[in-house]
Design a protein around this ligand. Structure first.
Ligand code: NAP
Length: 284
C-alpha cells in the first residue's frame, strides 16, 4: 500500500537488469534521486539511509523500499551504492563500509569536490568508482547529470548512464571538468530560476497576474530549450527567426546586451567556478 499523501505517479518502464540500489544520505538530493527512481520504476530494491528517519517517512510503505539508519545493512543488500551525504561525512562513511565492499559493488558519489583519488585512497583502486553531478531537477526526471569514473569503473559507466538517463540526461566527462559542470548544471538551476523570476517580474509589470506571469515565463523557457534540444540548432538561428529588422525583439535584446546580459551571466558563472575551486572539500 502506498501512502496517500505521496504524490508520485509511476511510469511503467520495463526493468531489464537487477537494480539493487542504496542511497546513503537521503537528504535533499538523495530523496530527489529516490523519487526519480521510484517514479520511473527503476529499482529492484531500494535502501534509503540517514540518521534521522523521521524526515523520510513519506517513503514508508513503498514496495521494495527500506528505510534504515544502518549503512552496513544497506550496503550488504545492494549492488549500486549512491552517496549523497555532505562532503564532511563521506570519509568516515567510506571507512566504515569498506570491509563490506565486494568487487562488483558500484560506488556512485554525488559529493561535490570529493575526488576519485580521495575515494580510492580510502576504499582502494580496485573498487568501481563513479562520480556523478546531478541537479535538483532529478526529482522530476529532468536532471542534466555529468559523470566520470576511475579506471576500474570505465566499463561500468553504462550502469550510471542507465540510472541517470532515466532521471534526465547524462554525459560522461573527464574528472577535471567536474567543478565546471557543478557550476553550469547544479548551480545552474539557481541561475535559470533567477532568469525565470526576472521574466515573471517583467510580465507582471506588463499587466499579467503573478501566477499567469510565471506560467508565461516558465513555459517560454521550456519551449526555448526544447527548440534547441529537438532541432539541434544554435540559439542564434532561433533568435534570427524572431528578430524582425527594426522590430521589438531586437530592440529588447540589444537593450539587454547594452545592460550586460550575456556578460553578467558569463562573469557570474566564472565567479562561481573561482569560488568552488577555492573551497576545501571539508568546507563544501
Ligand atoms: N543539492 C544539489 O543540487 C546537489 C547537486 C549535486 C551534488 N550535491 C551533493 O550532494 C550531497 C548532498 O547534498 P544535499 O543538498 O542533499 O544535502 P543534505 O540535504 O544535507 O543531505 C545529506 C543527508 O545525509 C544524511 N547523513 C548524514 N550523515 C549520515 C550518515 N552517517 N549516514 C547516512 N546518512 C547520513 C543527513 O541526514 P541525517 O542528519 O538524518 O543523517 C542528510 O539528510 C552534497 O555532498 C552535495 O555536494 C548536491
Amino acid at each position: 500500500m502506498k501512502p496517500k499523501d505521496y504524490n508520485l505517479k509511476p511510469t511503467f518502464f520495463k526493468k531489464k537488469t537487477d537494480m539493487k540500489i542504496a542511497i546513503i544520505g537521503a537528504g535533499n538530493l538523495g530523496c530527489s534521486i529516490a523519487k526519480g527512481l521510484i517514479t520511473t520504476n527503476s529499482i529492484t530494491t531500494l535502501y534509503l539511509t540517514r540518521r534521522h528517519l523521521d524526515s523520510i517517512k513519506e517513503f514508508e510503505g513503498y514496495k521494495d523500499v527500506t528505510l534504515t539508519s544502518d549503512n552496513a545493512e544497506a550496503v550488504k543488500n545492494s549492488d549500486i551504492l549512491i552517496f549523497a551525504v555532505q562532503p564532511a561525512h563521506m570519509e568516515k562513511i567510506l571507512i566504515d563500509i569498506k570491509p563490506l565492499l565486494h568487487e562488483n559493488h558500484v560506488l556512485i558519489s554525488t559529493i561535490t569536490g570529493f575526488s576519485i583519488a580521495k575515494m580510492e585512497g580510502i576504499v582502494g583502486e580496485d573498487q568501481i568508482l563513479i562520480r556523478a553531478m546531478p541537479n535538483t531537477a532529478i526529482a522530476v526526471g529532468k536532471s542534466m547529470t555529468c559523470i566520470c569514473s576511475n579506471g576500474n569503473g570505465e566499463n561500468r559507466l553504462k550502469i550510471a548512464e542507465a540510472i541517470f538517463n532515466k532521471l534526465g540526461t547524462s554525459i560522461a566527462i573527464p574528472e577535471n571538468k567536474m567543478q565546471a559542470a557543478t557550476v553550469i548544471c547544479a548551480s545552474g538551476i539557481a541561475f535559470w530560476m533567477r532568469l525565470i523570476r526576472a521574466t515573471t517580474q517583467a510580465a507582471i509589470q506588463l499587466g499579467f497576474e503573478a501566477k499567469e506571469a510565471q506560467e508565461l515565463a516558465m513555459h517560454t523557457c521550456e519551449g526555448a530549450a526544447n527548440l534547441l534540444i529537438t532541432t539541434g540548432n544554435h540559439p542564434e538561428q532561433e533568435i534570427d527567426k524572431v528578430t524582425t529588422p527594426k522590430g521589438c525583439t531586437i530592440e529588447g535584446l540589444n537593450e539587454m546586451e547594452h545592460k550586460g546580459l550575456s556578460s553578467s551571466l558569463i562573469q557570474g558563472m566564472v565567479s562561481s567556478f573561482n569560488k568552488i575551486n577555492s573551497i576545501k572539500t571539508n568546507q563544501l
